[in-house]
Write a protein that binds this ligand. Structure first.
Ligand code: C5P
Length: 305
């Protein structure tokens, strides 16, 4: 029998346009009301037929673990055990989303791997089944499958698509040294104390997204994890200030940070804001991206007729 051709899947990183977090539950997870936007910074996963499950990492994070603590390896293992297939996979990961940057790069790897392995092995999971598996891998993995713009409730894993018109232009200020998500949530709890209300989705932000006007969206962007991220990494204050000075419509920490995202009017404005932020030397890398973009999707079956 000839082996199937490799499958190439691409999945986007995300930013949180709004993130509201309540007090932790008994397992330490925080109830969230968040609005995700998938942006044009991608993780590429090529799934080759193989023995067992293995992974090779290119691009960012070449020094990430390749054992079962790797989320892509866990995703392939979960699909394997839940379907009973004995087929294996050799995963080739090319990462563009910052590692531990608050943009859910690892979650994108997991989402892309689920889809790629399902295609490679012909395990035929429905979209709903893949989303259910995704939620078992991490709170941000279901959104990486869905993409575009969506509301996240529960732990952020209950994803409902949201209306959004037009394209938004972002400047991303990246740091080489990541932040630990659990630590940022812990810092939030220390700062906020118990007894805060359950989080609610910002309806004004959702209305602004339907209008499709970046200037109208800007005042509604917000992130409860920004203050704790700044407590842990005060230099991020300089990044936010540089974005404001550069003329961004708004700037905020993405998810648990340390990536800072700044909203621009259009593509040329984003490039000029990026130039000024780069010159301020407050970030290790400054990129531009647009959103929303689709979730994990098959780019090609390599070598398919
Ligand atoms: O679900 P995931 O593994 O991506 O979450 C990483 C960590 O972030 C969790 O172990 C938890 O400490 C924290 N987290 C949280 N509340 C959420 C999502 C994540 O406290 N809603």
């Amino acid at each position: 029998m000839t082996s199937p051709p490799p499958v190439h899947v691409r999945a986007p990183g995300k930013i949180n346009l709004s993130l509201r977090a309540g007090p932790p539950d008994t397992e330490g997870y925080h109830p969230l009301a968040t609005v995700f936007q998938a942006v044009s910074l991608y993780e590429d996963v090529v799934a080759h037929p193989g023995q067992g499950v293995s992974v090779q990492i290119n691009g960012r994070g070449a020094d990430l673990p390749t054992d079962t603590t790797n989320l892509a390896v866990r995703a392939a293992g979960l699909l394997r055990s839940s379907t009973g297939t004995e087929d294996g996979v050799r995963l080739e990961l090319t990462k563009a989303v910052p590692v531990a940057g608050g943009m859910a790069g690892g979650s994108a790897d997991a989402a892309a791997t689920l889809l790629a392995c399902d295609q490679l092995w012909g395990t035929g999971r429905t979209r709903e089944e893949l989303v259910a598996l995704a939620a078992r891998l991490g709170a941000d993995v279901p959104f990486a499958l869905t993409g575009m713009t969506a509301v996240g409730t529960g732990r952020g894993d209950v994803v409902t698509p949201a209306m959004s018109r037009g394209t938004y232009h972002w400047v991303l200020a990246l740091q080489d040294e990541g932040l630990s998500t659990p630590e940022v949530f812990r810092a939030l709890d220390e700062g906020a104390g118990p007894g805060r209300p359950q989080p609610e989705v910002d309806e004004d932000l959702l209305a602004a997204l339907v209008g499709g006007d970046a200037t109208a969206l800007a005042p509604h962007l917000g992130n409860d994890l920004q203050e704790p991220a700044l407590d842990l990494r005060p230099e991020l204050g300089d990044v936010l200030a540089a974005c404001h000075r550069a003329g961004a419509l708004a700037a905020l920490v993405s998810g648990s940070g340390p990536t800072v995202v700044a909203l621009a009017l259009d593509g040329p404005h984003a490039r000029s804001v990026a130039e000024v932020v780069r010159a301020a030397e407050v970030a290790d890398e400054v990129l531009t991206a647009t959103g929303p973009v689709p979730g994990a999707r098959v780019v090609e079956r390599v070598g398919a007729q």
